[in-house]
Design a protein around this ligand. Structure first.
Ligand code: NAG
Ligand code: NAG
Ligand code: NAG
Ligand code: NAG
Ligand code: NAG
Ligand code: NAG
Ligand code: NAG
Ligand code: NAG
Ligand code: NAG
Ligand code: NAG
Ligand code: NAG
Ligand code: NAG
Length: 578
C-alpha cells in the first residue's frame, strides 16, 4: 500500500515536471515561429509605427522604421532592441546624436504597448510639451514597470515632478539631469526605487525637496549620485544615523550648490566606499569642523575648488589622512601657507598625480611639499599664485610630469631646469619674469613638448630652429625680448600649427618662416621685420590667420602671394610700408 502510494505521487510529480517544462517552452516556441516570419511582435511593431507618426524626424533618424515588407522586423530598426528569445522590444535608444541630430514632435502614448521595455534613452530630444498632459515628463513612462535604465536628460521640459515615477521600482539607472525648468517638490518617489545604482538630477531645481539627504541615504544599492547645481535645500540637516545608510556610494557630486560645511558631516557614513567626491563651489569654510573629510579614507579624487579654506585646515596634511588620494583640486580656495609648516609628509602614500592649486595665495615654499610627490605627479597647476624667486630644482625630479602650469607668478631664472623633463607635453609659464634663452630647453623635452606658452617674460637671444621640437603644435613667445633674425632654415619636419611671436625685436624677412607649411596661425606683429614679402608665403597653404602689422615690410603684396592661401580669413598687415 505504502509502496503504491509512493509510486503514485512519483508519477504525479513526473507529470507535473513535464507540464512545467512544456509551459516554459511554449512561449519560446510560439515566439520562435513568430520570429521566423515577423521578426518582432506585431502589436509592438504597430505601437512603434504609431509612435513614429507623431514625431517630427527632420534628420531621418527613423528612416529604417516603416510598414514596408522589407522593414518587417522592427528589432532591426535603428535604436530598437529586442529580447532575442521572446521577441519583445526591450530597448529604445533615441538620444540626440553627437552631430546634433535629434527628434522633435509629440510623444505618443502608444509606447505603453511596450511593456517589456527595460531601456529607454531619449536624452537630448526635444518633444512638444502639450503631449505630456501636465506632467514634465511623458506621463505614461511611470507605467513602464520593467524599466531598468531611464535617461530623460536634457529634453527641455517644464513642470513640477512629484511621484510620477513611483512605480518604477526596478530602475537601476535614472538620469533626469539638465532639465532646468523642472521643479522637484519632493524626492519621495525615490524611496520606492530601491534598486537604484545611478542617480543624476544635476541642473534641476531641487530646492523644495528638503528631505533629499534622508532619502538618498537610504537607497541601499546607490553607487553614483550626481546633484550638481540643484540649489539643494540649505535647511540644516538632521544627524543621519549610519546604521541604515547605504554603504555602497562610491561617487558623489554635490558641486555648485553653495552648501555649508556642516551639510557634509553626513558623508562620513561612506568612509569605506567613497572614491570620488566633488564639492566644487560650495561654502565650505575652514574655520568649521571638517573632520568628516579626514574619515573618507578610500577617497581617490577630491574636488574642492571654489571654497574658502584660508584658515588652513591643515590641508597640506590631506595626503597623510587620505592615503589613496590621486587627484586633489583646490583651485580658488584662498589657500596660503602661514609660517613655516612641516612640509614633509612622512606617512603619505605619495600617490598624488593631479594637483590644481591655481588661483590661491601660495608662496614658493609649496615646492618643498610638492617634492613629496616627485615621482607620481602628472599634472600640476600652480598658476595665478605668488610664487617668487628662482625656478626650484624640484622639477628635475618630476620625471612623470606631463602638464605644468606656472603662469601668472613672479618666477625668475631660466629654462634649464626643464630641458630634461622627458615626459612634458604641455608647459605654461606665461606672465612671469623668466630670462635666458629658448635654446636652454634643448634636451629630451624637445621631442615631447606639444604646447609651450612663455608669453610675457624676459627671454632673450635669437630664435633657434624651433622645428627641433618635433611634436610642437602651439608655441607662444609673444612679449619677450627676442632679437636677431628669423632662422634662415626651418626643418620641414614640423607639426607646428600656432606660432605667436608678437612684440619682440626680431629682424629679417618673412621668407624664411614660410618653410613651416603646417601653420594655421602666424603672428609676428610689432617686430622689426623688413624686406619684401616673398611669394613663397604661398606655401603656407593651411594658413587661416596672418598677423604681420607693425613691422618695416616693404614692397607690394599681390595676388601671387595669396593664390594658394585659400583658407586665409584674417590678414593684418597694417603699419608697414607695403
Ligand atoms: C541573445 O542575447 C543574449 C544576451 O543579450 C546573448 O548572450 C545571446 O548570445 C543572444 N543569442 C542569440 C542567438 O543571438
Ligand atoms: C543615453 O545616451 C547618451 C548619449 O547621448 C549617453 O551618454 C547615455 O549614457 C545614455 N544613457 C544610458 C542610460 O545609457
Ligand atoms: C517652480 O516653483 C516655483 C515656486 O513654487 C514657481 O514659481 C515656478 O513657476 C515653478 N516652475 C515650474 C516650471 O513649475
Ligand atoms: C502605481 O501603480 C498602482 C497600481 O498599479 C496605481 O494604482 C498607481 O496609480 C500607480 N502610481 C503612479 C504614480 O503611477
Ligand atoms: C528654485 O526654485 C525656488 C522656488 O521653488 C526659487 O526660489 C529658486 O530661485 C530656484 N532656484 C534657481 C537656481 O532657479
Ligand atoms: C533601520 O532599519 C530597521 C529595519 O529596517 C528599523 O527597524 C530601524 O528603525 C532603522 N533605524 C533607523 C535609525 O532608521
Ligand atoms: C568607518 O566608520 C566606522 C564608524 O565610524 C568605523 O567603525 C570604520 O572603521 C570606518 N571605516 C574606515 C575604513 O575608516
Ligand atoms: C574666507 O574666510 C575668511 C574667514 O574664515 C574671510 O576672512 C575671507 O574673507 C573669506 N574669503 C573669501 C574669498 O570669501
Ligand atoms: C606616521 O605613522 C606612525 C605610525 O603609523 C605614527 O606614529 C606617526 O605619528 C605618523 N606620522 C605622521 C606625520 O602622521
Ligand atoms: C631628487 O631625488 C633624489 C633621489 O630621490 C634626491 O636625492 C634629490 O635630493 C632630489 N633632488 C631634488 C632637487 O629634490
Ligand atoms: C625680474 O627679474 C629681475 C632680475 O632678473 C629683477 O631685477 C626684476 O626686479 C624682476 N621683476 C619683477 C617684476 O619681479
Ligand atoms: C640681442 O640682445 C642682446 C642683449 O639682450 C645683445 O647682447 C645682442 O647683441 C642682441 N643681438 C642682436 C643681433 O641684436
Amino acid at each position: 500500500m505504502q509502496l503504491i502510494k509512493h509510486e503514485k505521487s512519483f508519477h504525479l510529480l513526473y507529470v507535473l515536471i513535464v507540464l512545467v517544462l512544456l509551459m516554459k517552452l511554449a512561449p519560446r516556441f510560439i515566439s520562435g515561429v513568430k520570429g521566423a516570419t515577423f521578426g518582432c511582435i506585431e502589436r509592438e511593431r504597430q505601437a512603434l509605427l504609431k509612435f513614429k507618426e507623431d514625431l517630427i524626424d527632420d534628420f531621418g533618424i527613423l528612416s529604417t522604421w516603416g510598414s514596408e515588407e522589407e522593414k518587417r522586423d522592427c528589432c532591426k530598426w535603428r535604436g530598437v532592441g529586442c529580447n532575442n528569445r521572446t521577441g519583445h522590444v526591450t530597448h529604445l535608444d533615441l538620444h540626440r546624436e553627437n552631430g546634433g541630430k535629434y527628434l522633435t514632435g509629440k510623444i505618443s502614448n502608444s509606447l505603453l504597448e511596450l511593456q517589456h521595455l527595460s531601456y529607454l534613452n531619449l536624452s537630448g530630444s526635444e518633444f512638444e510639451l502639450s503631449s505630456f498632459e501636465g506632467s514634465p515628463f511623458p506621463y505614461f513612462i511611470g507605467s513602464l514597470k520593467n524599466l531598468k535604465y531611464l535617461d530623460l536628460s536634457f529634453i527641455g521640459v517644464v513642470g513640477t515632478l512629484s511621484n510620477q515615477f513611483w512605480n518604477l521600482s526596478r530602475l537601476q539607472y535614472l538620469d533626469l539631469s539638465g532639465n532646468y525648468y523642472v521643479n522637484f517638490t519632493s524626492l519621495e518617489f525615490l524611496s520606492n526605487l530601491f534598486s537604484l545604482e545611478y542617480l543624476d538630477l544635476s541642473g534641476n531645481n531641487v530646492s523644495q525637496a528638503i528631505d533629499w539627504m534622508q532619502i538618498v541615504n537610504k537607497l541601499p544599492f546607490l553607487k553614483i549620485l550626481r546633484l550638481s547645481g540643484c540649489d539643494l535645500s540649505k535647511s540644516s540637516p538632521p544627524s543621519l544615523s549610519s546604521t541604515n545608510s547605504s554603504k555602497s556610494l562610491a561617487v558623489i557630486d554635490l558641486s555648485q550648490n553653495y552648501l555649508a560645511s556642516s551639510t557634509f558631516n553626513w558623508l562620513s557614513n561612506f568612509n569605506s566606499s567613497l572614491v570620488d567626491l566633488d564639492l566644487t563651489s560650495n561654502w565650505i569654510i575652514s574655520s568649521e569642523n571638517l573632520d568628516w573629510l579626514s574619515h573618507l579614507s578610500s577617497l581617490e579624487h577630491l574636488y574642492l575648488s571654489n571654497n574658502n579654506l584660508s584658515q588652513t585646515i591643515d590641508w597640506l596634511q590631506m595626503p597623510n589622512r587620505l592615503p589613496r588620494l590621486h587627484e586633489l583640486l583646490l583651485s580658488s580656495c584662498s589657500l596660503s601657507i602661514i609660517g613655516s609648516p612641516s612640509l614633509s609628509l612622512v606617512n603619505s602614500s605619495k600617490s598624488l598625480a593631479l594637483v590644481d592649486f591655481s588661483l590661491n595665495d601660495l608662496s614658493s615654499s609649496i615646492f618643498y611639499w610638492l617634492a613629496n610627490f616627485g615621482n607620481s605627479l602628472v599634472d600640476l597647476d600652480l598658476s595665478h599664485n605668488h610664487l617668487q624667486g628662482s625656478i626650484p630644482d624640484a622639477f628635475t625630479n618630476m620625471t612623470s610630469l606631463r602638464i605644468l602650469d606656472l603662469s601668472s607668478n613672479q618666477l625668475q631664472g631660466d629654462l634649464s631646469s626643464f630641458g630634461q623633463m622627458c615626459s612634458l607635453n604641455k608647459m605654461y609659464i606665461s606672465e612671469n619674469n623668466l630670462s635666458g634663452e629658448l635654446s636652454q630647453l634643448f634636451g629630451c623635452v624637445e621631442s615631447s613638448l606639444e604646447i609651450l606658452h612663455l608669453h610675457g617674460n624676459q627671454l632673450q637671444g635669437s630664435l633657434p630652429d624651433i622645428t627641433r621640437f618635433t611634436s610642437m603644435r602651439e608655441l607662444d613667445l609673444s612679449r619677450n625680448q627676442l632679437n636677431g633674425s628669423l632662422p634662415k632654415r626651418f626643418s620641414q619636419r614640423s607639426e607646428l600649427v600656432f606660432l605667436y611671436l608678437d612684440d619682440n625685436q626680431l629682424t629679417g624677412s618673412l621668407t624664411d618662416v614660410t618653410m613651416v607649411s603646417s601653420l594655421i596661425e602666424l603672428r609676428i606683429r610689432n617686430n622689426r621685420l623688413d624686406g619684401n614679402v616673398s611669394e613663397s608665403i604661398g606655401s603656407l597653404s593651411q594658413l587661416e590667420e596672418l598677423h604681420v602689422g607693425g613691422n618695416s615690410l616693404r614692397g607690394v603684396m599681390s595676388e601671387a602671394h595669396f593664390s594658394n592661401l585659400s583658407k586665409l580669413t584674417v590678414l593684418d598687415s597694417t603699419d608697414n610700408s607695403l
